[in-house]
Design a protein around this ligand. Structure first.
Ligand SMILES: NC(=O)c1ccc[n+]([C@@H]2O[C@H](COP(=O)([O-])OP(=O)(O)OC[C@H]3O[C@@H](n4cnc5c(N)ncnc54)[C@H](O)[C@@H]3O)[C@@H](O)[C@H]2O)c1
Length: 382
């Protein structure tokens, strides 16, 4: 740490892990010192590409003592395992999303982070988009007032060819869920960050278009502790732009893609209701012109922020523990769908783990990591 650089190892150097190794080259505060992958061939290839030692597993990488931090870019089930081992060895951790497949394990990861006192960050780079940052400022400044309604429409189209690119993809054994676990977590994080967590979830998951084990369609009716209502939809069958809407007592915000709009209610709805005497009266909803400063966004912002949190105590844009919220919502929708009834949030961790164990037992993917996407996907055949 002495020369102002964090020595970092990357665990899991498939598509995303290799991408992060490349991005790090442009980040002054980070020095890539090692890579690890369960596929020794893949580990060697990426290690040689970046001129750093390579290891066949995260344990060997940690034991080598070269790294003071790790970035975990394995498939999701391994994020907690790798992170907990790293925290116990006194390393800082940046985990890919989602922080795990099951919320119970994710909580153990947060506990291990807190016990170690090390920096724990999650790669939720959507938090760095200008419109999202501004939306967060509005909510934190109380501009919406008490939340009354939430809406998320998240088309995340993926083709069958995408699913065929990795044997672990979209299987219960390899991934532990579909659109809720892989494609939607970024926007789900923003949804929970702005609208809070529901207290009850009535979900329906389905496979509508793809030949996969897990859901390519998920929807849910949400109920919040104050009685607020929400609707959630995410699908890899639909093409289009994401829409997120949060309506409060004092205003409404809407994100269409990264574009933010905001309406202020004059006066607040509850106040108007108390004071108005006209039969057809209603508060004004005025569109507010927002000053949104364009800014750098993407993986590199989270990587730099992680390094600066270690070096200078810079506040994290996406602290690891926030990863529990969007994962809890994903798990709740799956659990409710399987039970065919609404579930209370927080969900019963043990019940969810049992459901996933049952589904994993039925999966055609039983841990054959030797044939993951870097072997079958043409993008890796350079
Ligand atoms: N933040 C983002 O924008 C973003 C984008 C894509 C993927 N991701 C996340 O990154 C993770 C990896 O996705 P990917 O698309 O790179 O998958 P991938 O299949 O391309 O790569 C995964 C790699 O991990 C290796 N691996 C498997 N188990 C391991 C273990 N226990 N220890 C070490 N290595 C192991 C595999 O051999 C493979 O090389 C996923 O959790 C995914 O959700 C995030």
């Amino acid at each position: 740490m002495g020369d102002g650089k964090v020595k970092i190892g990357v665990v899991g150097v498939g598509g995303m892990g290799e991408g992060h190794c490349t991005t790090m080259q442009g980040i002054e505060e980070l020095e890539l010192v090692a890579v690890a992958d369960v596929s020794p061939e893949r580990a060697r290839e990426v290690g040689e590409q970046f001129g750093v030692p390579h290891f066949a597993g995260h344990g060997e990488l940690i034991e080598a003592g070269l790294a003071e931090a790790v970035l975990v870019a394995t498939p999701h089930y391994f994020h907690p395992t790798v992170a907990i081992d790293a925290f116990e060895a006194g390393l800082h951790v940046l985990s890919e999303k989602p922080i795990g497949a099951c919320v119970g394990m994710a909580e153990k990861m947060v506990e291990a982070a807190e016990k170690s006192g090390k920096v724990f960050c999650v790669m939720f780079q959507m938090r760095t988009v200008a419109g999202v940052k501004k939306a967060r400022e509005l909510v934190e400044a109380g501009e919406l007032g008490e939340i009354k309604r939430t809406l998320l429409i998240s088309p995340e189209f993926r083709s069958q060819a995408y699913y065929n690119s990795g044997t672990w993809r979209a299987t219960w054994g390899g991934e532990g869920g579909g659109v809720l676990l892989n494609q939607a977590p970024h926007i789900m994080d923003v949804f929970v960050m702005l609208g809070g967590m529901p207290s009850k979830v009535h979900g329906r998951c389905a496979r509508l278009m793809h030949e996969i084990e897990v859901e390519d369609h998920a929807e849910a009716m949400l109920e919040y502790a104050n009685g607020a209502a929400g609707y959630f939809y995410a699908s890899t069958c639909e093409v289009g732009q994401r829409t997120l809407e949060i309506v409060g007592d004092k205003g409404r915000l809407r994100l269409d893609g990264g574009r933010l709009s905001f309406w202020r209610f004059e006066p607040a709805v509850s106040e108007f209701n108390r004071t108005n005497t006209e039969m057809w009266g209603a508060p004004k909803a005025e569109r507010v012109e927002l000053e949104i400063e364009e800014c750098e966004n993407g993986h590199q912002v989270i990587l730099r922020n992680f390094a600066r949190a270690i070096l200078q105590g810079e506040p994290l844009v996406a602290p690891g523990k926030v990863g529990v919220g969007s994962l809890e919502l994903a798990n709740a929708i799956i659990l409710s769908s399987y039970k065919e009834e609404p579930v209370e949030v927080p969900i019963d961790r043990g019940e969810y783990d049992e459901l996933i164990e049952r589904l994993r037992a039925t999966s055609k993917f039983q841990g054959d990591w030797g044939k993951t996407s870097w072997e079958t996907d043409p993008q890796f055949k350079k």
